[in-house]
Design a protein around this ligand. Structure first.
Ligand SMILES: [Fe+2]
Ligand SMILES: [Fe+2]
Length: 427
């Protein structure tokens, strides 16, 4: 083999190694929850650039090798260009993969002592017999983002803490987007630190948002919010003994979850079901769908069923300037998941859009409460036809309370002022 052919062979090996590294990284990335959604929701460029560079390097180095061996000519420009592209492909692919994987898998996961109270939903929610269920929900604090409204987040958590201490709040549901980039440990440390510091006595139930899942962030979300290990046992023991002493309305629901991202919580005659739609239904598996249908079938029709999702179904919204994607009326959720819920469940609560909104459509109420501190989304250019209440720029929460007339649903601002209220009557 002469010098030219040897040079060409080395180039191809470098380009092939680059393609292998990039390909393996992309395979890993797309195996993680949320990455397909990220790709489909307008963020194709980084993935296509990585694949394109690897393919281009293979083509250029292959062409040089063939021409050099067939003609015996020294093609200096093509040879040098091929070498540069091959090294670039390996460097970029290896660099990106190393950076993301080290961040996603490196560093310590949160210790039990750093986490807030995270009861196991499968054990049900104990409500003292002396009063009725009252819970709060909000979403999208984006704790570690500079432009998030951290004072609003703190006010919401502080209020929840005071209410739990006063015995007037049973739980807080957070519907995702705790952090901006889920694969970074720093964001989770900030988020958990704030929950623990400001709301140490509040029982939290959590969903995974698209930002939490960002490129392998699912591992850190699970480490942060999955009730497991000794700490979950002690919390569960604590909850069980409280249930016994208060003689609560308590229904135990020991059923297997279809994934870490879907759960059911029974609170007397109110049933909460969390579903796995971080961007949309990209990661919503057949197993999860079957489980959801079975849970809905098992809940008595005259009880209240509240479904929780990160991404919205009906929502007012806007067209994203950068991606051109419509952030309103989530077409895929509405087509593939909403038919399971419409006219069957009483209320669907989501985040994702940073608004507060109440929509009545298809025989069900749809609430959006992405108002826990994340930067408000733009003024909507589209208004959902069923929209009854809409608020942009205010932060707050949705409070659900079981009352004599039914399930009271109130949007409140950070000071506790009611912005809008509806009662879903008993059926
Ligand atoms: Fe968000
Ligand atoms: Fe989101």
């Amino acid at each position: 083999m002469d010098e030219r052919n040897r040079f060409g062979t080395w180039q191809i090996w470098i380009a092939a190694t680059g393609a292998l590294v990039s390909g393996a990284f992309l395979l890993w990335a797309f195996s993680r929850p949320g990455t397909l959604g990220l790709y489909r929701w307008g963020y194709k460029a980084p993935f296509l650039a990585l694949m394109g560079l690897a393919a281009f390097a293979l083509i250029v180095t292959g062409a040089y090798r063939i021409i050099a061996s067939k003609t015996g000519r020294r093609i200096v420009f093509l040879g040098c260009f091929g070498a540069i592209v091959a090294i670039l492909s390996l460097g970029v692919g290896g660099g990106v993969a190393t950076f993301i994987l080290l961040k996603a898998y490196g560093g310590d996961l949160p210790a039990a002592a750093d986490k807030p109270i995270l009861p196991d939903p499968r054990l049900g929610l104990a409500v003292p017999a002396s009063r009725s269920l009252r819970v709060a929900l909000s979403s999208d604090p984006h704790f570690d983002r500079d432009i998030s409204n951290h004072e609003a987040t703190a006010a919401i958590l502080t209020r929840a803490q005071a209410e739990v201490q006063a015995g007037s709040l049973d739980a807080f549901f957070m519907l995702g987007d705790f952090v901006e980039m889920g694969f970074l440990a720093s964001g989770w440390n900030a988020a958990l630190g704030e929950l623990k510091r400001l709301a140490p006595d509040v029982p939290f139930y959590a969903l995974m948002g698209n930002h939490d899942a960002m490129v392998g962030g699912d591992r850190r979300w699970r480490a942060a919010f999955q009730p497991s290990g000794p700490e979950a046992k002690s919390i569960n023991d604590q909850q069980s003994s409280q249930a016994a002493s208060d003689q609560p309305v308590f229904q135990s629901a020991a059923f297997a979850q279809p994934s870490p991202y879907m759960w059911r919580l029974d609170a007397g005659r109110v049933h909460f079901i969390a579903i796995n739609l971080p961007w949309g239904p990209e990661d919503f598996s057949r197993r999860e769908r079957t489980w959801l249908a079975a849970q809905l079938d098992s809940i008595p029709q005259d009880d209240f069923t509240v479904v929780l999702s990160h991404s919205f179904f009906h929502s007012s919204g806007y067209v994203d300037e950068d991606t051109g994607m419509p952030w309103y009326e989530h077409a895929e959720n509405l087509v593939s998941v909403a038919p399971l819920l419409a006219s069957r469940v009483d209320l669907v609560v989501s985040g994702h859009n940073h608004y507060m909104e109440w929509i009545e459509a298809d025989g069900t109420a749809w609430a959006v409460v992405g108002a826990m501190g994340g930067k408000p989304d733009p003024e909507p250019s589209y208004r959902s036809t069923g929209s009854v209440f809409f608020s942009r720029g205010k932060f707050g929460r949705l409070v659900l309370q079981l009352v004599t007339a039914g399930l009271s649903c109130s949007f409140e601002d950070i000071s506790g002022q009611t912005l809008f209220s509806r009662i879903i009557p008993w059926s």
